[in-house]
Design a binder for this molecule. Structure first.
Ligand code: UDP
Length: 324
């Protein structure tokens, strides 16, 4: 299939591009490189540097590449930042995202695959979390993704744009060639591995007074290659709707730090810090729907395999991707 991948120079997008190419798809990446890296784009993909704010460029790119599907990863995705600067999140993730939806409708794209998030649920009423739980986000990041989910439903109903929206839990790990490099790193695993690499003096634990067994937040970590595999399955005709992607196992911040120390063989000093605003205590997925409807089977469900792949990538790329 001819596919356009927005945000294909970012962490999740770059690995999905690699897997899409492996599966035989023809890929064009559109990315403004605000968060992404040019060298994270697989050389087999065509690259267009551009922004979602540029509606005419989006339509032109879709038309020129005869795109049949769009995979939309380009977004701001930091809970903490969204609490400081909500406007940035609503503008980019909702308003500019709508340009892409409009261009997709205008050019007759058949399938739209969207990166949504478990942050659309807010603190859940029960665990593991199924797709039918109420969505009550507690940060602008989650709210912006939920707003885009609503747009998708209306565009599907009225314009017949078929969509799959994946609600990711915590994407982590790396493929052999592509990994996680944010210019300002806020995510737990890469931050902890920086300590293992000797690039940072200590890991920080945001909150030790949560109502969890060890007092730290619990998350469901999912291997990035398994995440990518679900996207490829979503492209098959007739696949439609909202899907959680996670492993159904929760790990606390302390458990993740322990796994990083064990797998790297390094000591990881820790500092206990206050809670980070906007963080729910526990998020754990039920991804049975993706298993049932998409035939999705995670190949690397164990936290150790996820952390080991991240550690291997960071050891091979201690400064991340080259360039600005
Ligand atoms: N976290 C932490 N120290 C860090 C980074 C994150 O304690 O250096 C915590 C964070 O508060 C959350 C969990 O680790 O409870 C996962 O955070 P991350 O930013 O990796 O992903 P999120 O769940 O926000 O998408």
């Amino acid at each position: 299939m001819n596919v356009l991948v927005t945000g294909g120079a970012g962490y999740i997008g770059s690995i999905c591009v690699e897997q899409l190419l492996e599966a035989g798809h023809a890929v064009t990446v559109l990315d403004n490189l605000s968060e992404g890296h040019r060298s994270a784009v697989d050389p087999r993909a065509r690259f267009v540097e551009g922004c979602l704010s540029n509606g005419p460029l989006l339509a032109r790119t879709l038309r020129e590449t005869a795109a049949e599907a769009v995979l939309h990863f380009a977004a701001h995705a930091l809970v903490g930042e969204s609490m400081q600067n909500p406007a940035k999140y609503f503008r980019n993730n909702v308003a500019w995202g709508q340009n892409l939806l409009d261009a997709a409708v205008e050019t007759g794209v058949r399938k739209f695959v969207f990166s949504s998030t478990c942050a659309t649920y807010g603190p859940p009423e029960r665990l593991p979390m199924t797709e039918d739980l109420p969505q009550r986000p507690i940060n602008p990041y989650g709210e912006s993704k939920l707003m885009f989910e609503r747009l998708l439903e209306w565009y599907q109903r009225i314009y017949r744009l078929e969509f799959v929206a994946f609600r990711y839990f915590n994407a982590a790990g790396a493929s052999a060639r592509y990994g996680e490099h944010h210019r300002t790193e806020t995510h737990l695993i890469p931050n902890v591995l920086k300590v293992a690499l000797g690039q940072s003096p200590q890991a920080e634990i945001y909150g030790t007074d949560y109502p969890t067994p060890d007092g730290t937040c619990i998350r469901d970590y999912i291997h990035i290659v398994d995440l990518a595999d679900a996207h490829i399955r979503a492209l098959e005709p007739g696949r439609q709707g909202f899907y959680n992607l996670g492993n159904g196992e929760g790990y606390s911040v302390r458990q993740v730090i322990d796994a990083c120390a064990r797998l790297s063989g390094r000591t990881i000093p820790c500092a206990e810090k206050p809670r980070r605003p906007g963080d729910p205590p526990r998020l754990v997925a039920c991804a049975d729907k993706a298993r049932r409807d998409l035939g999705w089977r995670p190949r690397y469900p164990k936290l150790d395999d996820i952390v080991a792949s991240a550690w291997a990538w960071h050891q091979n790329h201690p400064s991340g991707y080259p360039g600005p």
